[in-house]
Design a protein. Structure first.
Length: 94
C-alpha cells in the first residue's frame, strides 16, 4: 500500500505542466543516448529518464533542483513519486 505524503495528496494530471520536451528525455536527446522510461517533474515539466536508464536524468534533476515530485509519462501509467518522502502515489481522476 502506498504511503501518503503532503506533496502527492490530491494530485491530478492537470497539476503537471506540459512536458519539456514532449518527445523524450531532455539530456538523452542532447547526448544521443537512449532511455528505458520517462518521468516528468511537477514543478517545471522537465522530462528525464528513469533510474533503469543509463543516464538516470530524472533523479539527477531532482538532486540539482530539489523539486520533490515526478510522475511517469509512459502510456497508461498514472503513478507519481515523491523524492522527499520516498512515497508513491496515483493521480486522481478529475
Amino acid at each position: 500500500m502506498a504511503q501518503s505524503c503532503e506533496h502527492l495528496a490530491g494530485l491530478s494530471a492537470n497539476d503537471f505542466p506540459p512536458p519539456d520536451p514532449p518527445e523524450g528525455c531532455k539530456e538523452c536527446l542532447v547526448e544521443g543516448t537512449r532511455w528505458v522510461a520517462l518521468r516528468e517533474c511537477r514543478a517545471c515539466g522537465h522530462v528525464g529518464c528513469c533510474d533503469s536508464s543509463p543516464g538516470t536524468h530524472a533523479t539527477k534533476h531532482n538532486r540539482q533542483t530539489d523539486h520533490p515530485v515526478m510522475r511517469s509519462v509512459m502510456p497508461g501509467d498514472t503513478w507519481t513519486w515523491c523524492y522527499v518522502d520516498e512515497s508513491m502515489g496515483d493521480l486522481t481522476v478529475l
